[in-house]
Ligand binder design. Structure first.
Ligand SMILES: NC(=O)C1=CN([C@@H]2O[C@H](COP(=O)(O)OP(=O)(O)OC[C@H]3O[C@@H](n4cnc5c(N)ncnc54)[C@H](O)[C@@H]3O)[C@@H](O)[C@H]2O)C=CC1
Ligand SMILES: O=C(O)[C@H]1O[C@H](OP(=O)(O)OP(=O)(O)OC[C@H]2O[C@@H](n3ccc(=O)[nH]c3=O)[C@H](O)[C@@H]2O)[C@H](O)[C@@H](O)[C@@H]1O
Length: 438
């Protein structure tokens, strides 16, 4: 099938590439000409494991193309995906200007029946708004369908999530569009992992409900962790104890330094706003956000307590900047809050992250220093702070760590190490929701 994907960020580029992988002919359209030139030259603008191989293969086989010209991009497409940003507006509600702007531009170009699919995360009622914009701009008599098809992929495992989704949700009441979407997703859905068809509004809300539920799970576990520290329990034990119950499930129960990324923070806020607009006080969501704000400060509070409130002139090494491992994405990364708090308290910071450093450099410049590897960053630091759980931080050479740090002090926001091991190594080790090792 011929497909156009408008917006080639983390979602659009993965969607376009993975749709090409099953034989579709895909044109990716982006307004950013530099990005388009880069992709035309065979270079990926983002780091996403497994994407590069598929990207090159589909370009070589002429199934994946790039353009900054919308008319050229959509002219032969049967289905047009909108994978555009929906950032928070000033009031926390999702800013729909990218989606509605593109819908209007597309409507003006339509000459035959096409399916316009919103893949961006958008509030309930957006399909109606997209339809209204299209009606305003499309030539009389032109037929089209507006479909909601939220994306559930996670960064870092995006290709795997797209190729083998737990489910695909499609919101449409248009029979022709339903058939096309079923045909398109046929190769991706396995037994038991269906395409779930529903109306547009339920589909739009499903996306926010999923992200908000997961964020709730995380905030809940972070509160359990905080309580564990007060009562002398271990959050990892509690996690294993409750996760063994199928009704709760093992996943997404890891306490840490608050959820970050481009989606959970904005989507929880947008759902709360959407509830408020409908005069519904979504109490749980407000608490989820409040807990997350506090959790982002937990690691630096531990550092301040250890150094008796005086961080002036102290130097800290950070392992990890990206909001999670296996990505270069630093949007709403807890590391950024930690850096700010340390600098504000008069400390200096050096960091190492396998993929996130270029993006942080572009944002913070020389506010912090950047190291070549995980050991160089430790030189002359008063303590190590573990911020992102990249695999290479899981089994470090502790002798080397000891020899480079000024003192044997580790604050771990991701609970990477066994407490007994840290006792054996003789480190001061303070993690989340577990006993302090002195
Ligand atoms: N990042 C993620 O893991 C996930 C994101 N989402 C949702 O998908 C949507 C997109 O997110 P990301 O891919 O992360 O965004 P992104 O910011 O990485 O990419 C958006 C792309 O759209 C381009 N763009 C902006 N205006 C345009 C226009 N008028 N025409 C063509 N291209 C244009 C930008 O240049 C950029 O390349 C958001 O609604 C997000 O909430 C959903 C699931 C997962
Ligand atoms: O809408 C989106 O953009 C996506 O948002 C999340 O994906 P993503 O943000 O890529 O990453 P997650 O793995 O969900 O992690 C989000 C944040 O939660 C934190 N987290 C996750 C899991 C956990 O147990 N504990 C925890 O603190 C992570 O460190 C990270 O900061 C969802 O998992 C995806 O299903 C969704 O498509």
């Amino acid at each position: 099938m011929r497909i156009a994907v408008v917006g080639t960020g983390y979602v659009g580029l993965v969607t376009g590439t993975c749709l090409a992988e099953t034989g579709n002919e895909v044109v990716c359209v982006d307004i950013n000409e530099k990005k388009v030139e880069m992709m035309k030259a065979g270079k990926l603008p983002i780091y996403e494991p497994g994407l590069e191989q598929l990207f090159h293969r589909n370009i070589a086989q002429d199934r994946l193309k790039f353009t900054s010209n919308l008319a050229e991009g959509i002219q032969d497409a049967k289905i047009i995906f909108l994978a555009l940003p929906t950032p928070p507006g000033g009031d926390g509600a999702a800013d729909l200007s990218y989606v509605l702007g593109a819908a209007g531009d597309i409507a003006k170009l339509l000459t035959d029946y096409k399916v316009i699919v919103t893949k961006s995360t958008v509030p309930v009622g957006t399909a109606d708004k997209v339809t209204a914009v299209m009606q305003q701009h499309a030539a009389p008599g032109i037929e089209y369908a507006v479909v909601s098809n939220p994306e559930f992929l996670r960064e870092g495992v995006a290709v795997e999530d797209f190729m083998k989704p737990d489910r695909v949700v499609v919101g449409t009441t248009d029979e022709r569009a339903r058939k096309l979407m079923a045909e398109l997703y046929g190769p991706y859905v396995r037994q038991g992992n269906p395409v779930i068809f529903m109306d547009e509004r339920s589909s739009e809300l499903t996306k926010y409900a999923a992200n908000s539920f997961l964020a709730t799970k995380i905030s809940f576990m972070n509160e359990i962790a905080n309580l564990c520290e007060l009562v002398g329990a271990d959050v990892d034990m509690v996690r294993r104890g409750i996760g063994a119950d199928d009704r709760i499930g093992k996943r997404f129960l890891f306490a840490g330094i608050g959820y970050g990324g481009s989606c959970f923070p904005k989507d929880v806020q947008a759902l709360a706003k959407s509830a408020e607009e409908n005069r519904y006080d979504f109490k749980i969501l407000n608490s989820v956000m409040e807990v997350n704000e506090i959790q982002k400060t937990v690691l630096t509070e531990k550092v301040k307590k250890y150094f008796k409130g005086d961080l002036a002139g102290k130097h800290f090494a950070l392992w990890g900047l990206a909001f999670k491992p296996e990505t270069d994405d630093i949007r709403e990364a807890p590391a950024l809050y930690i850096i700010d708090a340390l600098i504000e308290a008069g400390a200096t910071v050096s960091a190492f992250d396998p993929e996130g450093m270029a993006n942080v450099k572009a944002m913070l410049g020389d506010k912090i220093t950047y190291a070549e590897n995980q050991y160089d960053v430790l030189k002359d630091a008063d303590a190590l702070l573990i911020v992102t759980e990249w695999s290479l931080f899981r089994t470090p050479d502790f002798d080397k760590v000891e020899s480079l740090l000024k003192a044997k002090v580790i604050f771990d926001g991701r609970n990477l190490y066994d407490l007994d091991k840290m006792v054996d190594c003789g480190f001061y080790y303070n993690s989340i929701g577990r006993k302090e090792v002195k």
